[in-house]
Design a protein around this ligand. Structure first.
Ligand SMILES: Nc1nc2c(ncn2[C@@H]2O[C@H](COP(=O)(O)OP(=O)(O)OP(=O)(O)O)[C@@H](O)[C@H]2O)c(=O)[nH]1
Ligand SMILES: [Mg+2]
Ligand SMILES: [Zn+2]
Length: 332
């Protein structure tokens, strides 16, 4: 195994130069536990903690290592070591940390994962199916700088999967959409077309949609634990509790993720240009340049709704995400 197999590139070589010192080596964070990390290095897997200095220097939570990060580690004996520095990320996923502090809604960037090239947005074709949530995920991915592929899993639980696929394609822009039944691993072959040596693909989606089943099916072994969804509400039980990077024998890295309960955006209103490019294209023909596509006369977006070229739900979703991002900007 080489550093490149795990995603190292000239970008990181350049970042590493200034940190290079005797006794230190580069390593990639492959799993995060409460008080320590598992990293992969040319000396094998190590269990590491980060030096107090990093915590002290960190401007906020966003500067601390997460799964996918490349770090500088000083190995000690018995496969242990200390993280001395975090190498600047090529890309990262962030959300606004849900919660409140002193009764006020809290604004804090939480970096979920780093250095991801592609995301498989997984959605179940059972009760999980929700176009508005997929739009939210697409916006999150476009803020991160990664590309997205949408996987509609559990075709066996849906009467008309092709119809669902068409609905998703209508909102997916340039992101490919695939149907699959992860329980039947043979159906996952098409996903190998997206895997490339040294590239990292993250599986994202609600709990219970089948992220870990997809990973196991592709890997051909029961690597990750799978959990049934609740009969009562059709939701998953948060079976995967840790983010983890898994290297595939034929090249490529998959990141399994816990299902996210709440997905508050972290980004800029401009990030909607990609996930809502249809609306932005229509908007070029609005009478007013600063049209909000609400009640203004000569609004090309509302006109498109009138004539049936755009669903009003999609515009509502656009407004909602835009408001969320504008509020975030004001509070920051
Ligand atoms: N019917 C059907 N069930 C599936 C399919 N794929 C996965 N499942 C089932 O869905 C349930 C949840 O699968 P997981 O792989 O654990 O889901 P997950 O997305 O990893 O969930 P978390 O780890 O909780 O985030 C399990 O009972 C799987 O067997 C499928 O194609 N069809
Ligand atoms: Mg899982
Ligand atoms: Zn308008």
């Amino acid at each position: 195994m080489t550093l490149e197999d795990w995603g190292w590139s000239p970008y990181f070589t350049e970042k590493y130069i200034s940190w290079e010192k005797p006794g230190c080596i580069p390593a990639r964070v492959i799993r995060g536990e409460k008080n320590y990390f598992r990293v992969w290095s040319l000396q094998g897997e190590l269990t590491v903690r980060f030096a107090g200095k990093i915590r002290y220097k960190a401007g906020g939570r966003a500067d601390l290592p997460v799964v996918g990060d490349w770090v500088v580690v000083e190995p000690q004996s018995d496969q242990r070591g200390t993280i001395r520095a975090l190498l600047e990320r090529k890309s990262s996923f962030s959300r606004n940390l849900p919660g409140t502090r002193k009764g006020k809604e809290r604004i804090e960037q939480q970096v979920i994962a780093a250095n991801v090239d592609l995301v498989f947005i997984v959605s179940g074709l059972d009760r999980d199916f929700n176009l508005r949530r997929i739009e939210r995920y697409l916006t999150l991915v476009s803020s991160s700088g990664a590309k997205a592929v949408i996987l509609l899993n559990k075709t066996d639980l849906c009467e008309n999967p092709e119809d669902c696929k068409a609905q998703v394609e209508a909102i997916a822009g340039n992101s490919p959409v695939h149907l699959c039944m992860a329980r039947n691993a043979g159906q996952l072959d098409i996903l190998f077309n997206y895997m490339q040596s040294g590239e990292t693909i993250a599986l994202l989606g609600s709990s219970g949609v089948g992220k870990s089943t997809i990973l196991n099916g592709m890997l051909g072994e029961d690597r990750q634990k799978i959990g049934a969804v609740s009969e009562a509400d059709g939701k998953g039980r948060h079976t995967t509790t840790h983010r983890e990077l898994i290297l595939f024998p034929n090249g490529g890295i998959l990141m399994d993720n816990p299902g996210m309960r709440e997905l508050h955006l972290w980004g800029e209103a401009e990030d909607l240009a990609e996930s809502f490019s249809d609306i932005e294209t229509l908007a070029a023909n609005c009478k007013f340049k600063d049209c909000h596509h609400k009640t203004e006369p000569g609004c090309a977006v509302n006109k498109a709704i009138e004539v049936g070229d755009l669903y009003s739900e999609r515009l509502a979703s656009y407004h909602k995400l835009k408001d969320e991002l504008s509020t975030l900007k004001k509070r920051r």
